[in-house]
Design a protein around this ligand. Structure first.
Ligand SMILES: [Zn+2]
Length: 129
């Protein structure tokens, strides 16, 4: 029908994904605190078939199937690296990391708590590989 615009839906879902890197395959030359992190990504998708948008978190940047029309192999147009994040908790800023044991969700563990976002960023800058 002319003029019919597909509804744009947006929702969020976390999905399980088997990691490509197994324990023991990490590079021993890297600092252990960082080499045991589980990569975690929030992937953003746009379906060219029905116009839907959605986001899904995976431990990799992967194709997904459209949850609205079933179109296969949609490539994310954007991916946020959420392996290490800074989250606000009350008056402090907490640095969270997805540990190696993460599987079905990032299962964040706290690395430190700071009075400002700048202090948390400085902490990350000093520890990044
Ligand atoms: Zn679709």
């Amino acid at each position: 029908m002319a003029g019919l615009v597909p509804a744009i839906h947006a929702f969020f879902v976390a999905k399980a994904w088997m990691p490509g890197i197994k324990p023991g395959m990490t590079d021993p030359a890297r600092p252990s605190k960082w080499s045991i992190s589980m990569p975690w990504f929030r992937n953003h998708y746009f379906c060219e078939s029905c116009g839907a948008t959605w986001a899904a978190e995976w431990s990799d940047i992967v194709y997904d199937d459209c949850p609205f029309c079933g179109a296969k192999h949609t490539m994310p147009y954007k991916s946020d690296d959420r392996t290490v994040i800074v989250a606000r908790e009350g008056d402090s800023f907490v640095v969270l990391r997805s540990p190696e044991t993460a599987a079905h969700d990032p299962d964040y563990e706290e690395l430190g708590s700071f009075p400002s976002r700048e202090a948390a960023a400085a902490f990350l800058a000093g520890r990044a590989p």
